[in-house]
Design a protein around this ligand. Structure first.
Ligand SMILES: NC(=O)c1ccc[n+]([C@@H]2O[C@H](COP(=O)([O-])OP(=O)(O)OC[C@H]3O[C@@H](n4cnc5c(N)ncnc54)[C@H](O)[C@@H]3O)[C@@H](O)[C@H]2O)c1
Ligand SMILES: [Zn+2]
Ligand SMILES: [Zn+2]
Length: 363
C-alpha cells in the first residue's frame, strides 16, 4: 500500500509502497478515507520531538473497517470509525479513574510484543507505527482501543479532524479548563487546534473569546468560528492588547495553541487573578518556560492539556452530533483536500500559515 514514510529527521516524507500485516486478535484493519495534517506531525519531521525511524506519520484520521481480529466485537467490517492516538488499556490507575488520555500502559500493552511481526514493514524491514495509528497510508492496523465507531452519515473528511485537532481544542476548553458560561478567554494561535478551542469557547458560552494570531487571514476565520475579539500579535504585545479588551483585568482562561516558549509565557501573563493558562502547543523538547514568581500570589495556574483530556469514545460521537446539528463548524476548517503525493507541499503551506487544515483523501 501507499504510505508517507519519514526516513530521516529533520526531513521530508517519502511516498513509498509498504506492507501491512493482518489483524491480530484485538486489532482492526481500517481503509483510511481521510487524514488531516496536524502541526504535531511537523514537529517530528523537524526533529523537535524524537521518534524511532523509519515511521509512517499521521494521527488525525477516519476510515472504514476492513477486517477485525478474532476477539474484536466492538466493530465489524463496513463500520465507520474515527481513530485516536489516546489509545487506552482500560486497566491502569489512570484509565479506571476516568483519565483515559493519560493511560500509562498503552505503550506496553497496546503494541505488538517483542518477537511478533511488525504491523508495518518494507520488504522485510520493520517500519514503526506512529502514535498507535500511522494515518498517512491507504490502510491502518490499530488496536481496537484506538478507534471509536461513528454514524455513517458523518462525512469522513470532517470526521478526520475530530481525530485530533477538534477533540484537542474542544476538550481543552470543556474537559481540561472547564470554561464556565460568562467567563472571558483567549486563544493564542488560530490553526486547527486554536480554531477548535475558539469554537469550544463559543459552545461553552464564554462571554468573550479573544483570538490571537500573527496572520490576519487566521483572525478573520477565527471570527467566523466564534471569536468575539481579535488581537494581531504582530501589532505589539498581545498581553497589553488583551488587558485593554478586559478592563485591565486579563482573562479567566487562556489557551496556548502554538507551541512556543514566548506564547506560553504570554498565556500566563494575560491571566486575571485566579485564572488558568492551558498549554496545548508542543513546546520543543528541552525548552524551558519562565514565569514571574510573584504571579503565584494571585493564585494563577498553568497546566497542560494532552489531546483535550479526552474520553474519546464519549467525546467524539458528541462532536459528530454537534457538527450534524450545525453547532460545530468543520466545513470552514478544511481549507484544502489533497492527495497523499502533495503531503510535503501541505506541510510547507502549514508552515507558511496559508491554511487552517489540509486533509488528505483516499479513494
Ligand atoms: N497537546 C496536544 O494534545 C496537541 C494535539 C495536537 C496538536 N498540538 C500542538 O498544538 C499546536 C498547534 O497545532 P496546529 O495544528 O493548530 O498548528 P498550525 O500550524 O496549524 O497553527 C499554529 C498557528 O499559530 C500561529 N502563530 C505562530 N506564531 C504565533 C505567535 N507568535 N503568536 C500568535 N500566533 C502565532 C500561526 O499563524 C498559526 O495560525 C502545535 O504545537 C501542535 O503540535 C498539541
Ligand atoms: Zn494532532
Ligand atoms: Zn491505561
Amino acid at each position: 500500500m501507499k504510505a508517507a514514510v519519514l526516513n530521516a529527521a529533520p526531513g521530508q516524507l517519502e511516498i513509498e509502497d509498504i506492507q501491512i500485516d493482518s489483524p491480530g486478535p484485538r486489532e482492526v484493519l481500517i481503509e483510511t478515507k481521510a487524514a488531516g495534517l496536524c502541526h504535531s506531525d511537523l514537529h517530528f519531521m523537524e526533529a523537535l520531538y524524537p521518534f524511532p525511524l523509519p515511521a509512517v506519520l499521521g494521527h488525525e484520521s477516519a476510515g472504514v473497517v476492513a477486517e477485525v481480529g478474532s476477539d474484536v466485537h466492538y466493530v465489524k467490517p463496513g463500520d465507520h470509525v474515527i481513530t485516536c492516538l489516546s489509545a487506552f488499556c482500560g486497566t491502569c490507575e489512570q484509565c479506571i479513574s476516568g483519565h483515559l488520555s493519560r493511560c500509562e500502559r498503552k505503550a506496553i500493552e497496546l503494541v505488538r510484543q517483542p518477537g511478533q511481526p511488525s504491523r508495518l514493514s518494507r520488504n522485510g524491514e520493520d517500519v514503526n507505527t506512529f502514535l498507535h495509528l500511522s494515518s498517512f497510508a491507504e490502510q491502518m492496523l490499530v488496536h481496537e482501543h484506538a478507534l471509536v465507531k461513528i454514524q455513517p452519515d458523518m462525512p469522513l473528511d470532517k470526521a478526520a479532524l475530530i481525530g485530533c485537532g477538534v477533540t484537542t481544542g474542544l476538550g481543552a476548553v470543556f474537559r481540561t479548563a472547564r470554561v464556565e458560561p460568562g467567563e472571558v478567554m483567549a486563544v493564542i494561535g488560530c490553526g486547527g487546534i486554536g480554531l477548535s478551542a475558539i469554537q469550544g469557547g463559543r459552545i461553552a458560552g464564554a462571554n468573550k473569546v479573544i483570538a490571537v494570531d500573527t496572520n490576519p487571514s487566521k483572525l478573520e476565520l477565527a471570527q467566523t468560528l466564534g471569536a468575539t475579539h481579535v488581537v494581531n500579535a504582530a501589532d505589539g504585545d498581545p498581553v497589553e492588547q488583551i488587558r485593554e479588551l478586559t478592563d485591565g483585568l486579563g482573562v479567566h482562561h487562556s489557551f496556548e495553541a502554538v507551541g512556543m516558549k514566548e506564547t506560553a509565557e504570554q498565556a500566563f501573563r494575560m491571566l486575571r487573578s485566579g485564572g488558568q493558562a492551558t498549554v496545548i502547543g508542543m513546546i520543543p523538547v528541552g525548552t524551558k518556560v519562565e514565569l514571574h514568581g510573584v504571579d503565584f500570589l494571585s493564585e494563577k495556574t498553568m497546566t497542560g492539556s494532552n489531546m483535550g483530556s479526552n474520553q474519546f469514545r464519549t467525546d467524539m460521537p458528541r462532536f459528530v452530533d454537534m457538527y450534524l446539528d450545525g453547532r460545530l463548524m468543520l466545513d470552514e476548517m478544511v481549507s484544502k483536500h489533497i492527495d497523499i503525493e502533495q503531503i510535503n507541499d501541505g506541510f510547507a503551506e502549514m508552515k507558511a500559515g496559508t491554511v487552517a487544515r489540509s486533509v488528505i483523501t483516499f479513494d
